[in-house]
Design a protein around this ligand. Structure first.
Ligand SMILES: Nc1ncnc2c1ncn2[C@@H]1O[C@H](COP(=O)(O)OP(=O)(O)OP(=O)(O)O)[C@@H](O)[C@H]1O
Ligand SMILES: [Mg+2]
Length: 500
């Protein structure tokens, strides 16, 4: 064994001497270098058992940073902070935290399926003696991967793909997520139809007040969707999924969207349909969205002056003695924009269905509404809105989530009373209102005070609801009386006519 070690040492030092001599030779006889190189490589190749692959930072003439280099940088960043002795820190555009990577000339090892590889971060000096304010700009960085030639197959077939995939996942986690909106007048970078800000909504499924089993069902649905690229391909469907969130105001529809985006690490595109001029404009907007994103159309019921059907429906409603709230909301919305959007229902449906098959995938589209029964069935059928989620009034389980979030209280003797009010008396209070009551109004307010305030509010709510029911009863009674009067009037008139 010692003999072997001795042999290696001698070979190593012989090679090192040869390399040294060759470098000197290259300095003094630069012309011979390039001719000599291939020959020397062939000569070394017989003894040198390693293969190396370089991944340059910039590729192509437009000096675009190569995807491979960025993927490797992210992949190695997960270990380099632990293993490399010299690191460099930089924030890459669009990443939310500092990315640590190994410094130049550093080398770290990586193990994969029982084989060992070496990664080195290197740079080629500035070739031309040009002065630059940013000396770095002339230097060409690259990663060098070295591995034993017996592992060539594993490396080429599996390891490189593994590095890219892992690198992409890490990149995805690190990247700063964005909230896009199409409201006119906002600064649109590179004349995009979308303007964006950093998406930092704190909502998560843990802070969302909802029954646990319902949350788990939604989370597993989302995970299944995000992991089923091949499945959608196999069944020939576009990789997209529609969610319809419906329920009264203040029940957490928008909060749910933020929780979904944070859970999947997706961007959010808030699509305000009332400002979309026409179907063509809509198509361009949707085509500009990126993969791994949630496209949201809030209050879909009053975002679209849809097809004639809706006109007819509205006319019917006109006969009613009071404009329903949906019209009021729509009037308000349109007054604001003072624009009649020419987007039609069929336009929206075609672009959602047709478009997804056109470009990329991994998109979720979410509609929210307070009035699910007013929506056109074509809009919310399966295949478009695949999952319908009802956001309802606060139940006791949802209340406990809010008590924990707002007050850090997980149990109290007042919980019994609250449970009775919510579940036995069935008092309807939205999580928004429950949250408002639990929110401490001053430094001095403790959990008990807030819980007491909530119990008072629930009791008041109960009185309100009772009064409302009585008023509705009276209203009904009044309408009945009125109808009777009209009937009697008609009878009377009829009799008079008969007598004459
Ligand atoms: N289920 C919930 N879990 C946690 N917080 C909630 C929930 N529902 C409402 N809230 C709180 O109430 C406020 C309003 O909630 P949100 O905007 O999600 O309601 P919404 O259903 O979208 O209302 P609207 O229909 O008017 O748009 C938010 O600040 C949120 O913190
Ligand atoms: Mg909302």
């Amino acid at each position: 064994m010692a003999m072997m070690g001795q042999l290696w040492t001698n070979t190593g030092s012989a090679l090192a001497t040869l390399m040294f001599v060759y470098t000197i030779f290259k300095q003094f006889f630069p012309l011979f270098g390039p001719q000599l190189e291939p020959f020397l490589y062939r000569l070394f190749g017989r003894f040198y058992p390693y293969i190396q692959i370089t991944f340059h930072e910039y590729s192509g003439e437009h000096f675009k940073r190569s995807e491979a280099y960025l993927g490797i940088q992210s992949y190695l960043s997960k270990d380099s902070s632990a293993r490399a002795k010299k690191l460099k820190a930089n924030t890459t555009k669009g990443s939310k935290s500092i990315v640590l990577s190994m410094d130049d000339k550093e080398e770290i090892t990586d193990d994969f399926e029982g084989i060992r590889v070496w990664w080195q971060s290197k740079k080629e000096g500035a070739t031309r003696q040009s002065f630059s304010f940013y000396p770095e700009a002339n230097e060409k960085r690259y990663y060098m991967l070295r591995f034993h030639r017996r592992d060539r197959e594993v490396i080429i077939e599996r390891y490189l793909e593994h590095v890219m995939r892992e690198g992409k996942t890490i990149e995805q986690k690190n990247r700063e997520r964005k909230l896009y909106s199409n409201t006119p007048g906002q600064s649109h970078g590179n004349n995009s139809k979308w303007s964006h800000v950093t998406f930092e909504h704190p909502a998560t499924f843990d802070t969302l007040a909802m029954e646990e089993n319902k949350k788990e069902e939604i989370k597993s649905d989302l995970i299944k969707f995000s992991k089923s690229k091949d499945y959608y391909k196999k069944i020939g469907k576009a990789w997209k999924r529609g969610y319809l969130l419906f329920g009264p105001p203040g029940t957490g529809k928008s909060t749910m969207i933020a929780a979904m985006a944070n859970f999947l690490e997706y961007d959010v595109y808030d699509l305000e349909l009332t400002t979309v001029k026409d179907n063509t404009h809509l198509r361009r907007l949707l085509i500009e969205t990126s993969a791994k994103s949630i496209i949201v159309i809030e209050d879909i019921d009053c975002s679209l002056n849809l097809t004639g059907q809706r006109k007819k429906k509205e006319e019917e409603e006109e006969d009613g003695d009071d404009k329903n709230t949906i019209e009021k909301k729509m009037m308000m919305k349109n007054e604001g924009e003072n624009k009649e959007s020419k987007v039609t229902l069929s336009g929206l449906l075609n672009f959602i269905d047709g478009l997804w098959s056109a470009c990329g995938g991994e998109r979720i589209i979410v509609f929210t509404t307070n009035f699910v029964d007013k929506l056109d069935p074509a809009l919310i059928r399966k295949g478009r809105m695949d999952k319908h989620i009802e956001m309802s009034y606060c139940c006791f389980e949802a209340f406990k989530v809010l008590a924990k979030n707002y007050l850090d209280v997980e149990e109290s003797e007042m919980f019994e009373e609250i449970k009775r009010l919510l579940e036995v008396e069935e008092i309807k209070m939205t999580p928004a209102d429950v949250g408002e009551n639990l929110l401490p109004k001053s430094e001095k307010e403790g959990g008990e005070t807030c819980l007491k305030r909530l119990i008072e509010a629930l009791k008041e709510e109960k009185e309100e609801a009772k009064k409302k029911v009585e008023e509705e009863e009276e209203e009904k009674q009044r309408k009945k009386e009125k109808v009777k009067e009209i009937e009697a009037e008609k009878e009377k008139k009829k009799k008079i006519e008969e007598e004459n």
